[in-house]
Ligand binder design. Structure first.
Ligand code: SF4
Length: 282
């Protein structure tokens, strides 16, 4: 398909999403299709990798290549794909349980490598697919099936965590604000390096505490004088949980893993060829 022929339909698979009616994930996938079109992303050059959870179904509904892997392992799989074939557009998608619970340990290492991938983390503050257990972002004193008398653990602050790990592009959106989300996805796609778009995406079936209404009341866009080059300002906003600050928190241009591998290959190749390397081990 030529670039000129791409339309929104180019990105939609023949499978209709089977999320519950009103699920926040609909508010994330539509702006995602629009962002792919705006960036003229070729479906044949694109892979969407997901973990387990309702949002893990994302690849099924996109007419790209897809890989629905095991719980919490979308990031290492996506990193391997990008390293093996840097020409591909690689997206990782997962929820708060998948990405911040079992898979949370992968985020700092992808950040250190600055792998050029986009991670859509769809946060509904609950394990929806497995019928409503507390997740790493469930707020206190939320009741859930695993915490019938109230949750006991402090919720993570994912934005502060990404900043602490020095992720090179950090944005937060809300699936109730699809226009803003589309713009954030576009910026993330254009960023060279590891980009996280943290999307507040309510689970209307299993979570009666973090809802479209409650998030709308907290919702605020980062002020115009917010400087995404300032990690200090980004931390300040991330730590202010009195509002749901949204927009581009932080962005830094620095070498990607691919840049460093190219450089390494050049430096190594300058001194020896493969035969000389093997001869070292005789
Ligand atoms: Fe969406 Fe919740 Fe239904 Fe899963 S259970 S599809 S997260 S509304």
């Amino acid at each position: 398909m030529s670039v000129e022929q791409l339309t929104i339909a180019s990105y939609k698979s023949s499978l209709k999403p089977i999320w519950c009616a009103g699920c926040g994930d609909y508010g994330a996938i539509n702006p995602f299709y629009q962002a792919l079109l705006a960036c003229q992303i070729q479906p044949k050059d694109t892979v969407i990798v997901s973990g387990i959870g309702c949002s893990g179904r994302f690849p099924y509904f996109c007419d790209t290549y897809g890989f629905h892997g095991v719980h919490g392992r979308a990031l290492p799989t996506a990193s391997g794909m990008k390293t093996a074939n840097p020409r591909l557009n690689i997206f990782a998608v997962g929820g708060d349980g998948d990405g911040l619970g079992i898979g949370g340990g992968h985020i700092p290492h992808v950040a250190r490598k600055n792998v050029d991938i986009v991670y859509l983390l769809l946060d509904n503050s609950i394990y929806g697919l497995t019928k409503g257990q507390s997740s790493p972002t469930s707020p206190l004193p939320m009741l859930s099936k695993t915490a019938p008398y109230g949750f006991l653990e402090e919720p993570l602050n994912p934005l502060a965590m990404y900043l602490g790990y020095n992720v090179s592009f950090i944005a937060r959106g809300f699936s109730g604000k699809p226009k803003q989300l589309k713009e954030l996805f576009i910026q993330a796609i254009r960023h060279r390096g590891f980009a996280i778009v943290h999307v507040m995406s309510p689970c209307v079936t299993m979570n009666q505490h973090v809802t479209f209404e409650s998030l709308k009341q907290l919702y605020a866009e980062l002020p115009e004088d917010h400087d995404p080059a300032s990690r200090g300002m980004a931390f300040e906003r991330a730590l202010d949980t009195s509002r749901l600050w949204t927009g581009l928190f932080y962005k830094e241009e620095r070498p990607t893993l691919h840049d460093r591998l190219v450089d390494l290959n050049e430096r190594a190749g300058r001194y020896e060829n493969f035969k000389e390397l093997l001869a070292r081990f005789k």
